[in-house]
Design a protein around this ligand. Structure first.
Ligand code: PMP
Length: 378
């Protein structure tokens, strides 16, 4: 198998899975039970929370475990607008966001909120002048992804956070799901930061929202305290421990892993550039882990399925979109419908080996030729 879909999800790291297994067996009690066994689970949960906080340079009380980034994003957005409804109903975001942000924004729009989308410059970066122009006294939230999941565009969230410091009433949320464990993350100017364990070789079903101490949120899941007041239900200590472990491992040797993936990306790009009808959508502002290309005249789904026949896996749009229409992100960035309709995402990892790139390139070239021949294009 050649797996080139690491941005959809990653295989779980064995050590992470073992930590989940061990904690599930050794710590059976509810962390909210007041007896001795419960206290043991509670202390382990506290240790996992501390570990995440230390790894990210935040306080223990700023860590909220969730079921994943979708929940983190929903809690960040809905929790903010509900808590600070007296401040206004204006929200700024971008068209480059993941569906868990865009759909939540649509929901809010249908419920009386005003959502404005910031301009994206030709280089894929958020137009900071547009941000300064659009931010208002009644702006309650700005939500911008750190790294876009389809093109890999990496925004300067620190600069954006710095600009927003002048507007202390505006809360700044960043979806860091595709950034964490791949690039350095500095949370100094960010109020809320979302991520998921399964993108960093952790388990599916657990994520995190970093919520700075000065920010309050309205819980969106009610029913008594759990790990925090923001998410009721019996805490799953084993999942939290596994997330802490995954995060620790993901942050180790970050620079070396980045350089390695960069080399793979350069090789891939260099070869793809020589193939007829292929446009590389990712640019110099994209992280090397994500390479988005458009193959004009070829339906992405057809190519994805024929590659899968050869046990090679890539993505069309993100795994989370449910329709087959064009990619919103690629359209927003390229303003080209044809490119947006024919884009695919190849995503790399430090686990990817050189040979896999060679085989992928060979098979891809052959399949594109066959698909074009079938359409009578040659
Ligand atoms: N945000 C981004 C940028 C993502 O890529 C994803 C997953 N594709 C999510 C949020 C949602 O994450 P989860 O699957 O953990 O809910």
């Amino acid at each position: 198998m050649i797996y080139l879909d690491y941005s959809a999800t990653t295989p779980v790291n064995r050590e992470v899975l073992e930590s989940f297994y061990k904690v599930s067996i050794d710590y059976p009690a509810n962390a909210n039970s007041l007896h001795k066994l419960g206290r043991e689970s509670f202390h382990l949960m506290e240790a996992a929370t501390n570990q995440v906080a230390n790894l990210l340079g935040v306080l223990k009380e700023e860590v909220i475990f969730t079921s994943g980034a979708t929940e983190s994003n929903n809690l960040a957005i809905l929790g903010t607008v509900l808590k600070y409804k007296s401040r206004g109903k204006h929200i700024l975001t971008t068209k480059l966001e993941h569906s868990s942000i865009l759909d939540t924004m649509d929901y809010l729009k249908n419920n009386g909120f005003e959502i404005e989308y910031l301009n994206i410059l030709e280089n894929g970066m958020v137009d900071l002048e547009d941000l300064k122009r659009k931010v208002r006294n009644d702006t309650v939230l700005v939500s911008i992804n750190h790294v876009n999941s389809e093109i890999g565009l990496s925004q300067d969230v620190n600069k954006i956070g710095e600009i927003l410091q002048k507007y202390p009433k505006v809360i700044f949320h960043v979806d860091g799901t595709q950034a964490i464990g791949k690039i350095k993350v500095n949370l100094d100017n960010i109020d809320l930061y979302s991520f998921s364990a399964h993108k960093i070789y952790g388990l599916k079903g657990v994520g995190c929202l970093i919520k700075k101490k000065h920010i309050e949120l309205e819980p969106i899941i009610h029913g008594g305290k759990s790990q925090t007041i923001y998410r009721s239900g019996t805490p799953c200590v084993a999942l939290y421990v596994s997330l802490a472990k995954a995060l620790k491992l993901a942050l180790e040797n970050l620079d070396n892993k980045y350089e390695y993936v960069l080399k793979l990306n350069q090789k891939l790009k260099k070869n793809l550039e020589t193939m007829k009808g292929i446009y590389i959508n990712s640019n110099e502002n994209s992280i090397p882990h994500i390479l988005n290309i458009s193959i004009l005249g070829i339906k992405p789904e057809t190519l994805m399925h024929s590659l899968a026949e050869e046990d090679i896996y890539i993505s069309t749009k993100t795994a989370c979109s449910y329709d087959n229409s064009m990619s919103e992100s690629v359209y927003e960035f390229t303003k080209n419908k044809e490119k947006a309709k024919t884009s695919v995402r190849i995503s790399l990892s430090y686990l990817t080996v050189d040979k896999e790139i060679d085989i992928f390139l060979k098979v891809l070239e052959k399949q594109i030729e066959e698909l074009r021949l079938k359409k009578g294009e040659y």
